[in-house]
Ligand binder design. Structure first.
Ligand SMILES: [Zn+2]
Length: 488
């Protein structure tokens, strides 16, 4: 088994070879917590979650770290606007991040380090760079990285130092030796959060935070560093310069960057007014639909967000969730035990995902399986081997959905039980009260109530059950094996 990864530094697919066989040290640049995150950020969280799941499924021991940037100009400005402290803003939007990414089925990382909890490590790293003449402090207490002293600068992003220097603007207040130099430590202005340092009170620059947290929680050389493609330059180029400059060692073996998310064909930007936060999107579409949509393209390709594309994703997803529900119901009627996943389908899925985590192709495999399971279910007079094959088909489908985190339960959060209150009320009214209050159990109980009514020739009640369920969006189907339900 070989996993192929498109590494940004090598500009092509390479065999994935972690530093230590069987173990993956994986870092993804996390949110700056000052506002609701947008759908483009959500894409990064979801695709990296799936890459992490796939590596784990392929037997790697994955250590996944994603930071929280909790000190930044944006946080300070937001705090000023709202009359709060930067800490309060950071706290609010850190909680918000965990809540909303959880709704989308993103698993928490093994560690979520916060920048403000790593000030000593950050200062230590800056001191190391100064000792190596790769950084210098200024009279006002800033510290800059000396870009021209780091020869491989520009290699990751494919930029040329002379071109960069020509385009660089310098703020006259900055005491830089060279316009390309970037801040490692910033002297704090009055009223801003500050920490003591050998260069006076100040706060860290953004790039150094990630490098210090990576060294602390993963080590000086890691296997995968991920982020959105907007982070390649300058953020990741600068991280690489700082780390390699300080350690003299390789920093990252594989850089992974996900593509942009466009809004109706245009780049998302505040100036175009087409910014979509995850709040806007979840107001119209379910969490599972959003997750499915975000995985429907290969992670490196651009993805176009539009109502039509989301609606199309919802329709496709319905075929999958209907197949899961109807197959489970049929198996219950047939009294068949749980099956086990089928190796040949898992292998097809792995082939797609091993090839640079192609979730688009992996979803294609899932839909091939949906068609196959639907055919198995339609079989008349199933014998034992047909029943077992149907049970195995369902087990396979569930396994593959789980690997992509496409869990139908994502859409049933919201209230604590996940049961439609109208459905529960109707069941009680008509005397169909199962011991377990799940949607599944209530529907089953209503199906039994209807069957009993028909037996007693009480067609009014039987019709009422079918009619009311239809109004609530559940369709009853009388099949050769008994009655099942699906969503209408
Ligand atoms: Zn970062």
């Amino acid at each position: 088994m070989t996993i192929r990864i498109h590494s940004t530094a090598s500009r092509g697919k390479v065999d994935f070879e972690p530093l230590e066989p069987g173990r993956v040290l994986f870092y993804n640049c996390g949110p700056t917590v000052y506002d609701h995150f947008h759908i483009g950020n959500a894409r990064n969280f979801v695709v990296m979650d799936v890459i992490r799941r796939h590596l784990r499924h392929r037997g790697f021991d994955v250590r996944f770290v994603q930071n929280i940037t909790d000190i930044d100009d944006k946080i300070i400005n937001r705090a000023r606007e709202e009359g709060k402290t930067p800490q309060e803003i950071a706290q609010t939007y850190t909680e918000y991040y965990f809540n909303r990414s959880g709704l989308l089925g993103v698993e928490p990382a093994d560690v979520h380090p916060r920048a403000t909890e790593h000030i000593p490590q950050i200062i230590g790293l800056v001191e190391r760079l100064i000792e190596r003449d790769l950084a210098y402090s200024t009279p006002s207490g800033d510290v800059y990285f000396r870009v021209r002293e780091f020869k491989p600068y520009g290699e990751l992003s494919g930029r040329n130092i002379d071109d960069l220097r020509e385009g660089a603007r310098v703020d006259p207040s900055e005491e830089k030796e060279d316009p390309l130099d970037f801040a490692l430590w910033k002297a704090s202005k009055p009223g801003e959060p500050q920490w003591d340092s050998p260069w006076g009170p100040g706060r860290p620059g953004w790039h150094i935070e990630c490098t210090a947290m990576i060294h602390t929680h993963l080590g000086e050389t890691i296997d995968i560093h991920a982020g959105g493609s907007d982070l390649i330059f300058p953020h990741h180029e600068n991280e690489r310069a700082q780390s390699m400059g300080a350690t003299g060692q390789e920093y990252v073996r594989h850089w992974i960057h996900n593509g942009f998310l466009n809004i109706e064909g245009e780049k998302m930007s505040k100036s175009l007014g087409n910014f979509r936060t995850i709040e806007d999107v979840l107001a119209e579409f379910s969490p599972l639909t959003v997750r499915f949509f975000l995985l429907s393209a290969h992670y490196r390709n651009p993805l176009d967000f539009s109502r039509e594309n989301l609606a199309a994703a919802a329709t496709a997803l319905r075929r999958l969730t209907d197949c899961l529900t109807e197959t489970a119901n049929t198996l219950r009627l047939l009294g068949v035990e749980d099956g086990s996943p089928e190796a040949e389908w898992i292998a097809k899925y792995d082939e797609a995902m091993d090839d640079d985590f192609n979730s688009q192709r992996a979803i294609g495999v899932i839909f091939e399986l949906v068609a196959d399971v639907n055919e198995r279910r339609a079989k008349r007079d199933p014998d034992d081997s047909d029943r077992a094959s149907l049970a195995n088909g369902l087990a396979t489908l569930r396994t593959l959905c789980d690997l992509l985190g496409l869990d139908p339960a994502l859409d049933q959060r919201g209230d604590s039980s996940g049961v439609n209150p109208e459905l529960a009320a109707f069941a009680e009214e008509i005397g169909a009260t199962p011991s377990e209050q799940t949607e599944e159990a209530i529907l089953q109980s209503l199906i039994e109530r209807r069957a009993a009514a028909r037996k007693e020739r009480d067609f009014a009640t039987a019709d009422a059950v079918r009619g009311r369920l239809g109004e609530m969006g559940y369709i009853l189907q009388d099949t050769a094996h008994g009655t099942t339900w699906k969503r209408g």
